[in-house]
Design a protein around this ligand. Structure first.
Ligand SMILES: Nc1nc2c(c(=O)[nH]1)N[C@H]1C(S)=C(S)[C@@H](COP(=O)(O)O)O[C@H]1N2
Ligand SMILES: [Mo]
Length: 206
């Protein structure tokens, strides 16, 4: 093993990965692309994010408004329901909790009935979660992966990054949040994927 290999290696021995790979998952070294339908090509200048549903007032955010919010780096492991897991990923973006403050500044306080959120994407993809899944400290509206702007294939210019759940709960090409008073199935959830999607509980299918 070269010195480079030795020091660039991360979490690949059993010791280092112990307890980090959920049941039924294996490690991947690459970053597979999983997209249903066409890759979207969205320029930051034309990007916007629409806030709608159960909010006092609808609003949209443009790229500059997003970038003016606090930017946070997150290190985490991610898990795809097609059974790959990737350890030690690094992302930069706006934490959902910080974004939510900006949403409330524009739309007014979220009503208590807004218990669930549908993520919407360019191209029509959707995925649903309880609001509480998105208020974890490490949930990002991410624009940077490993120090580089997200590629189109991986959801650039902006995707959700919800590390605690299977990765289908992280919409690429994010362009909206719909607040809801009940859990409504998103794209894969309508085809039988789980409404929650906790990899440690193997919540693959509903
Ligand atoms: N808009 C959109 N977002 C999406 C998907 C998609 O098809 N369209 N696929 C989901 C699935 S199933 C996974 S595993 C991850 C994959 O992200 P990646 O292609 O960056 O690995 O994105 C999720 N977000
Ligand atoms: Mo997936």
């Amino acid at each position: 093993m070269s010195l480079f290999d030795k020091f660039s290696k991360k979490a690949e021995t059993e010791d280092e990965t112990a307890g980090r790979i959920p049941p039924g998952q294996h490690l991947t070294k690459g970053f597979p692309v999983l997209t249903y339908g066409a890759t979207q090509h969205v320029k930051t200048a034309e990007w916007s994010c629409r806030i709608f549903g159960l909010v006092g007032k609808e609003a949209t955010f443009d790229w500059d408004e997003l970038m003016a919010l606090p930017q946070t780096e997150v290190h985490c492991d991610i898990h795809c329901v097609t059974r790959w897991s990737m350890l030690d990923t690094t992302w930069v973006g706006v934490r959902f909790v910080d974004f939510l403050k900006a949403v409330e500044a524009k739309c007014g306080p979220l009503p208590a009935e807004a218990t669930h959120v549908m993520q919407h994407s360019y191209g029509g993809y959707t995925t649903n979660t309880p609001l509480s899944f998105l208020t974890d400290e490490n949930v990002l509206l991410a624009h940077t992966f490993k120090g580089e702007p997200l590629t189109d294939e991986h959801g650039g210019p902006l995707r959700m990054m919800v590390p605690k759940y299977y990765f289908w709960k992280s919409a690429k090409w994010l362009n909206g949040f719909e607040f809801m008073n009940e859990d409504r199935a998103g794209f894969w959830e309508r085809y039988g994927y789980h409404m929650r999607g906790d990899p440690w509980q193997e919540e693959r299918f509903g």
